[in-house]
Ligand binder design. Structure first.
Ligand SMILES: [Zn+2]
Length: 444
C-alpha cells in the first residue's frame, strides 16, 4: 500500500532536510511548539480581539504543547459580525474574503480573510492532498463552485495544474443527466463533490452511461459522509471513495484520507489539532471522542487560536496501515454537535443517524427532515427526493428505514417521538461549498 503523500509534504515543511520523511515525534513537537509560540505572539500584537483575549497569557513562554490548554477557545460566535477585530494585516494585503451565513433567518455573518500567502498554502495542500487520488494526465470534474477567483473549485484547478492534471469546474449538480454526459464526454477519471449532490449522479437512471471503471476515485467533502453513500459509489461506479475534511475557517483544507481509509491525514505543518470535551473543554486523549479544535500556525490575515469547529471526531492512536507513523490522524467526522437535537429522555438525533438509515434506501438521493410538535408529541417529518418515478417504493422504504434506525427505534418505543409525514418532493440543492444539511427543529 502506498504511504500517504501528505507525510513527505508535511516533513518537507517541518524539516530543514527535504529528504527526511521519517521525522521523530520530538522533531514534530518542537516544530509545532515553535510555530504556536510565534503565532500567539503575532496575534497578541496584531489582532485587537486576541490582544484583549490573551492579555494575561504567555506567548514565547510556551514550554510544552500541553501549555496550549490554558488558552481560551475561539468560537464561531466570536467571529460573528466582528471579523475586523481578528484581522492582522492591512486591507490592501487581503486577497480573499469569504462570508458565511447562518442557516435560516439569522442575519449574523462570519467573515474569513486571507492574504495571497494564505491562499497559496491552501493550493499547496490541495496539490499534495489530491496526489493521493489522482495521477498526472487524468481529468477531474469538480462538482463545486469555481467560477470566481479563489473559490474552492478555482483553487483546486490551480492545485491540479501543478501535477499535470486537468481540473474542470462543473459546479453543483442541478441536472444529473447533463453532468453524467459531461463525465462521459470529458472522459473524467475522478469526481470531487458534496456527498448527496454527487450521489444524485450515481443513483440516476442514466448513471449506467458512465461505464464501470470509468471513474477511478470520488472525493467527498463539506458534509458528513455516510458509509451507506460510500457503498453506493463503490457498487455503481466500482471506484474508491475518499473523504476530505476541511472548513472555510481552516482555509478550506484540513486533512484527507489515504488508500488505507483509516482516518484523515491532517495538515500538521500548518495547524495544531486538539480533541476536547464539548461540554467541559477538557482535552481528550488519543482514541477518545470529542470536538475538533484547531490553531493555525502560518495564516497571516486572520489566524485562529483554538477554534472550536463543532465537529465530532477523535484522534486515531497508532500507525496508519499505509505506513504513516508520526503525524496525526482523525477519524471520519461524525457530524457537528449543533446538528444533534434532543428528542426527550436521553435520545439525541443527528443527520448522521438519518443518513446512515436513509441512504440505504435504493434510489433516494436527498431528503429534508424536520421535527414538529403535534398534540404535545414530537413528530419527525421527512421529504424524500429520488432520481426515480417509483415514489411509492421509495416512500415505503424510507418509512421502514426510519422505524428501524436504532436511535429512532428506541425513542419511538418509549414515546419520545413518532414518525409523522413522509412525502415525496424536490429538496433544495446546496448553495455554497460550505453548505451543510440540518434537521429543521420547528417544535418551539
Ligand atoms: Zn494512511
Amino acid at each position: 500500500m502506498r504511504r500517504t503523500p501528505m507525510d513527505k509534504w508535511i516533513s518537507s515543511k517541518i524539516s530543514k532536510n527535504p529528504l527526511t520523511e521519517n521525522l521523530s515525534q520530538t522533531e514534530v513537537d518542537h516544530y509545532q511548539l515553535e510555530k504556536l509560540s510565534e503565532i500567539i505572539d503575532y496575534v497578541k500584537s496584531e489582532s485587537p480581539f486576541y490582544k484583549a483575549n490573551l492579555r494575561d497569557l504567555p506567548g514565547k513562554c510556551l514550554l510544552s504543547l500541553d501549555d496550549m490548554r490554558q488558552f481560551p477557545f475561539t468560537s464561531a460566535e466570536d467571529l460573528q459580525d466582528r471579523a475586523s477585530k481578528f484581522i492582522c494585516v492591512s486591507q490592501s494585503e487581503v486577497q480573499r474574503v469569504v462570508t458565511l451565513r447562518n442557516p435560516g433567518v439569522d442575519p449574523k455573518t462570519r467573515r474569513l480573510y486571507f492574504t495571497a500567502d494564505d491562499v497559496e498554502q491552501t493550493i499547496d495542500f490541495f496539490h499534495h492532498g489530491m496526489s493521493t487520488i489522482v495521477e498526472p494526465g487524468q481529468r477531474v470534474l469538480i462538482l463545486m463552485p469555481g467560477d470566481r477567483p479563489d473559490t474552492v473549485g478555482d483553487l483546486l484547478v490551480r492545485a491540479l495544474e501543478r501535477m499535470d492534471v486537468e481540473g474542470i469546474v462543473y459546479g453543483f449538480v442541478h441536472d444529473p443527466v447533463n453532468a453524467i454526459r459531461e463525465i462521459v464526454r470529458q472522459q473524467i477519471d475522478v469526481v470531487v463533490g458534496v456527498p448527496t449532490n454527487t450521489l444524485s449522479l450515481a443513483r440516476h437512471p442514466e448513471s449506467h452511461l458512465i461505464g464501470r471503471g470509468r471513474i477511478k476515485n470520488v472525493l467527498l467533502s463539506s458534509d458528513y459522509v455516510s458509509p451507506a453513500i460510500v457503498r453506493e459509489f463503490e457498487r455503481v461506479w466500482s471506484c474508491s471513495v475518499f473523504n476530505h475534511y476541511g472548513s472555510t475557517e481552516m482555509g478550506f483544507g484540513g486533512g484527507v484520507e489515504c488508500n488505507a481509509f483509516c482516518g484523515y491525514h491532517m495538515r500538521e505543518a500548518d495547524m495544531y489539532f486538539e480533541i476536547v470535551d464539548p461540554d467541559s473543554g477538557e482535552s481528550k486523549g488519543p482514541g477518545e471522542p470529542g470536538e475538533v479544535v484547531f490553531t493555525t500556525f502560518t495564516r497571516k490575515a486572520m489566524p485562529l487560536i483554538r477554534y472550536r469547529t463543532g465537529d465530532l471526531s477523535r484522534s486515531l492512536p497508532g500507525p496508519c496501515p499505509c505506513g504513516s507513523k508520526i503525524f496525526r490522524r482523525l477519524e471520519r467526522v461524525r457530524g457537528r454537535i449543533c446538528d444533534f437535537v434532543r428528542l426527550g429522555g436521553n435520545h439525541w438525533l443527528g443527520i448522521p443517524d438519518l443518513d446512515d438509515a436513509l441512504f440505504g434506501v435504493n434510489e433516494l438521493i436527498e431528503y429534508q427532515s424536520s421535527l414538529t410538535c403535534r398534540n404535545n408529541e414530537t413528530q419527525l417529518d421527512v421529504i424524500a427526493d429520488a432520481g426515480t418515478n417509483r415514489k411509492q417504493y421509495v416512500l415505503e422504504n424510507v418509512r421502514q428505514a426510519l422505524t428501524q434506525a436504532m436511535v429512532l427505534k428506541n425513542a419511538i418505543e418509549d414515546g419520545s417521538i413518532s414518525i409523522g409525514a413522509v412525502v415525496f418532493g424536490a429538496v433544495r440543492k446546496p448553495e455554497s461549498s460550505s453548505s451543510k444539511r440540518t434537521i429543521l427543529d420547528q417544535r418551539s
